[in-house]
Design a protein around this ligand. Structure first.
Ligand code: ACK
Length: 222
């Protein structure tokens, strides 16, 4: 009945504890601040602005997000496919409100989004929907052949008018390029890690030391 449907949230996910939200937010800001000063980045600002060699302030370009989280299942209050099945899974019930340690292994920037890649453990993958990557197939054709959990991310910011669902799609696109054997162009060894350019404004920073982010598995209702 309708009451039962109301119990299904907008989405399930891991919600970063507030102490680490600050740390991740600062790391992201530092990265954006450094990235837009690099000569290699300046060469490609037209990917972002449509104009050659224009100054670009990435911190202003992106609207940063609060409530940092890694979505497991977008349920849309029960309207999304598989939402009810997910909400009723025993593992979802068992782990609800447990704290996990997420590993943020890379940061990425595109003209649409900035995000952190989350590398899930075997245990964390128990909460990952089996079709999360396949669902993106219409946008990123190679997505279905990527390993389970490839889409796992934390959205850190979106360009004006961009929906946060785009962040996971941008990540899948970069991982699909890697899987096809595109090495990208190693641009620079930064303090945080190595920076690679994949064309069309897609930048990936593999963190030298992944950020360990304690996060509570829970759900969000607006
Ligand atoms: O940044 P995100 O992972 O991208 O967190 C938000 C959250 O749900 C609330 O909007 C994500 N989201 C929105 N629509 C979808 C979708 N169709 N599939 C997967 N995740 C989605 C969004």
């Amino acid at each position: 009945g309708p009451l039962e449907e109301m119990a299904i949230p907008l989405y399930f996910g891991w919600f970063l504890l507030s102490s680490v939200q600050v740390k991740v937010g600062c790391t992201s800001m530092d990265f954006l601040k450094t990235l837009d000063t690099l000569e290699a980045f300046k060469k490609h600002t037209s990917d972002f602005t449509g104009k050659e060699e224009m100054e670009l302030d990435l911190e202003q370009y992106f609207e940063t997000k609060g409530n940092l989280h890694c979505t497991t299942k977008f349920c849309d209050y029960g309207k999304a496919e598989g939402a009810k099945e997910y909400a009723e899974k025993q593992t979802v019930k068992d782990f609800y409100s447990s704290v996990f340690e997420l590993s943020l292994s890379a940061l990425f920037v595109t003209p649409r989004t900035v995000g952190a890649r989350v590398s899930l453990t075997e245990e964390q993958l128990l909460l990952w929907p089996g079709d999360a990557e396949k669902e993106a197939e219409s946008v990123v054709p190679a997505a279905a052949s990527l390993p389970l959990g490839s889409r796992a991310h934390v959205t850190l910011g979106c360009a004006e008018g961009v929906d946060p669902v785009q962040t996971g799609l941008d990540l899948l696109e970069i991982l699909a390029l890697q899987q096809e054997g595109q090495q990208g162009e190693l641009v620079e060894e930064m303090e945080l890690g190595s920076l690679t350019y994949y064309g069309k404004g897609r930048w990936l920073l593999s963190l030298r030391e992944p950020i360990c982010a304690p996060a509570c598995f829970s759900s969000y209702y607006k």
